[in-house]
Design a protein. Structure first.
Length: 171
């Protein structure tokens, strides 16, 4: 009886191990897809933020008007993207940034010199995979565009001189 019970349990364990391996593979695929979607959303938000809103004759400061999405559809839409990484301004604290960006700034600020994306990814808890490193690089470039970081040499990131001077002041 023990042999029969052992054989049954062994068969169930093997079946569960196969299912666990399949789920692990699916998890990797879904995490990768999620990462790409996050990057796509951020890129789309940046592009939408740069798009002119409204009609060309609209005076500045007036609320945005609907713009045609396509001359073929006749549908209207409002550009309502949010700017998750604001442009750095005097006395602005990094607390206004999303957590991932704050983590990146902490690593760059604490580094003894310029850092690369592939050095930052593991320090913020991401695997050193190409897709993750590219996601970090995208965030680094966004922080450069918005004045939080400098990239004097391509691929090497340092805290922005203005941000460093501002954040080192005591209140």
């Amino acid at each position: 009886m023990i042999d029969a019970e052992e054989a049954g349990v062994r068969a169930r364990v093997e079946e569960l191990e196969v299912r666990a391996a399949e789920l692990a593979e699916r998890l990797v695929v879904e995490r990768e897809r999620l990462s790409r979607l996050v990057i796509t959303r951020e890129t789309a938000g940046e592009l939408l933020a740069r798009m002119p809103v409204g009609v060309p004759d609209q005076p500045e400061g007036e609320p945005p008007t609907a713009v045609k999405a396509s001359p073929f559809t006749g549908a209207e839409r409002r550009v309502m993207g949010t700017l998750t990484v604001p442009k750095w301004q005097q006395d602005m604290d990094q607390g206004v940034l999303p957590r991932a960006y704050q983590d990146i700034l902490d690593v760059v600020r604490d580094a003894p010199g310029p850092v690369r994306a592939k050095q930052i990814a593991p320090r913020i808890g991401l695997p050193a995979e190409t897709s993750k490193i590219e996601g970090v690089r995208s965030k680094l470039k966004r922080l450069v565009e918005r004045g939080w970081l400098d990239e004097d040499t391509p691929g090497l990131f340092t805290p922005s001189h203005a941000w460093t001077a501002s954040s080192s002041k005591s209140p």
